[in-house]
Design a protein around this ligand. Structure first.
Ligand SMILES: [Zn+2]
Length: 153
């Protein structure tokens, strides 16, 4: 059967960034309920629709870099002393909650960036659909997979 919006899909995927495999995205197959898989990369669920088990696909997804999310502040404005990689929560241009990371420190000036770490790069997902089955009514009701690869209760 093909993947539709009420399918439970077992898949595995790798993330490749500019010709290099990104650590931690291979090996373990994931079992997801379509429409309830926020842990999957954005756009990947939609790419599964209409595919059959055994199909191998590549999806190229540019991860946009938003310059407005990169700001400069004074170290004294931060709640803790900054160091590279440290995160601070803050408000974005539209008042949304964002996590800013320290990307550079120049004396008192600190550069913070709330873009995802891979922003500005081209992400390539290589995925294989291992199996597809219709979701059970209880799974649709709970919004998660039951049994293998899912919740046991
Ligand atoms: Zn459940």
């Amino acid at each position: 059967m093909w993947v539709d919006i009420n399918s439970v899909v077992k898949l595995e995927y790798e993330l490749w960034v500019e010709g290099h495999k990104f650590e931690g995205t291979d090996g373990h197959p994931k079992t997801i309920l379509m429409g309830h898989a926020p842990e999957l990369p954005r756009g990947l669920e939609a790419a599964l629709l209409g595919k059959a088990p055994g199909s191998y696909q590549e999806m190229v997804l540019p991860e946009p870099y938003d310059p407005a999310l990169c700001i400069q502040v004074m170290a004294s404005e931060l709640p803790d002393p900054p160091r590279l990689g440290r995160g601070y929560s803050g408000e974005g241009p539209q008042g949304e909650l964002l996590l800013y990371r320290v990307v550079a420190i120049e004396g008192e000036r600190v550069m913070l960036d709330a873009n995802p770490p891979l922003a500005g790069k081209t992400l390539e997902y290589r995925f294989t659909i291992l199996s597809v089955r219709p979701a059970e009514p209880g799974e649709l009701e709970h919004g998660h997979v039951h049994g293998e690869g899912g919740v046991h209760h």
